[in-house]
Design a protein around this ligand. Sequence first.
Ligand code: WTA
Length: 648
Amino acid sequence: MTEQVIYPVQPGQKTKLNNAQYQAMYAESLRDPEGFWQQQAQRIEWKKPFSKVKDVSFAKEDLHIRWFEDGELNVTESCLDRHLDKHGDDVAIIWEPDDESQVARRITYRELSKEVNQLANGLRDLGVKKGDVVTIYMPMVPEASMAMLACARIGAIHSVVFGGFSPEALAGRIEDGNCHYVITANEGVRAGKIVPLKENVDAAINLCKSDQVKKVVVLNHTGNACTMEVGRDEDYRQLVDKQDSECQAEVMNAEDPLFILYTSGSTGKPKGVLHTCGGYLVYASMTHEYIFDYERGDVYWCAADVGWITGHSYIVYGPFANGATVVMYEGVPTHPDCGRVARIVDKHQINILYIAPTAIRALMSDGDEPVEGASLESLRLLGTVGEPINPEAWRWYYRTFGRSQCPIVDTWWQTETGAALITPLPGATDLKPGSATRPFFGIEPALVDEKGNELSGATSGNLIIKDSWPGQMRTVFGDHQRFIDTYFSTFEGTYFTGDGAKRDEDGYFWITGRVDDVLNVSGHRMGTAEIESALVAHEAVSEAAVVGFPHDVKGQGIYVYVTLNHDVQASPAIRNDLINWVRKEIGPIASPDIIQWAPGLPKTRSGKIMRRILRKIATDEYDQLGDISTLADPSVVESLIQEHQALT
Ligand code: WTA
């Protein structure tokens, strides 16, 4: 049997748009961007209407990106206040705890709004002002979303740090953001295991300058005690309960910062991606509505963590602006067994499910067991995000969770893009497993060769975006030059994504993965440079080079070549030590999968490590090493191959 390549829109599928409508609206969005976005921007609440839609230049000498620049708003009025009159009793959050035997929480928009207002007042009491950066280091609990919205209410800039990051990584982000306030919890729970968040915060603060962190708000999530420093640490509940339930929303300019979120690039330390209020909310809410074909009353589950951009745009801002009912799950998809995701779907009668390919691959390794005994009848739409989905995983997801009836939206985007740029629209787009398909409204992707020449027709190349969209990042926090250098200098006058892609004869895009030194491990983005600098900070290590290799479940695994100092003997003990060291420096997500001892690394005569060669060795492609004669010492290649073969 030949495999089905195209999954056409199923007849009778009732969705917002059909293909002809998508085509017309897309054409219009490129023909008259100003008119198009003028109209679309009305989907959110403005305190003062804008008179100018767009002022953008991608030229590196004059780079600026402004949308709706003289408009004023507070995003929480779109996400909360405006729902209260008619929809205050609608459920905003259904929280599913890690422990299945605990009761789920249901929080209405009225309750959410009250708590956000109280917390916002509490933060103001502690001294937080408009423009201050507040670090949020929380487990997956409703209070994480509340903390983000409370910051937005008073114009503070939140910087959410994923709860799996180590104290070292947290400290780096606190210092880079020059942040004086932290919101955290005593502990998180994942797959039955306790995550000592407050302990990590204390350790991080010790690594920071002595006057860096002034106040820490601590939610007691698990009921266990934790150390509280008098004068610095505040109990979340006590702080919130004494506050008035109305908090005057700070008036924000459309281009004022809403949040920063750190992400990895190919060089240097993680950078603080900055998003602003107006454009981001317009774009996040619009994509959420069209891509998930969201209708009021639908129960929607995005299984990301709020620590990543997917959590920001599709657990918090997009869905709340649309008055959605959002399921938030505390734990891990395979806990306590592979049937958990399907049980959560049935229990909460979920209509829309959005998860990462790595979770799908982890589930499908148990055959059809993850869905056995489940009904799944409530589902009408599936989504994926974070990494390329292999067609096999796509088909499994479609057949099992989708019961061969639900479209899958494979959404391609990045922390930098704010929300999805290339994605199918249900009911409008025929699907091809593994393809993110076509651009969203207002998005003009193109493929270019190494020199920046635009390529036409069915081909592959570097993926760029030719013009701005409202949800685009505006700068790297504290380092605008880095913003220009990273995204607008490789292919001048365009935004460079760092991804490679293929375009087929139907104009569909197939993302092939990063073309730079960024890894995507289980949908988590990491820079090889970050892992390398963690490794060389270890006293036994002289040099390290990190590359990715294909991994069945994680998508990519982390392959490390390490040159030890002369006086250090390679041993299993030192190998373990290095793995633990990286976990401590960055977090468990950065654990190396394979460490190969490398007495020498392939370098050019100018001393640059040739990663291309190391990548080929890690993937057994010895016949594709290319020209190695330019290496300072070509003989290291042969010994690396031998060592690799002995290891794998
Ligand atoms: C990859 C996550 C293929 C891509 C929202 C991108 C994808 C990086 C997809 C951004 C997809 C994300 N298909 N690849 N549907 N979605 N990626 O910043 O390489 O954590 O550049 O944002 O993930 O990762 P980030």
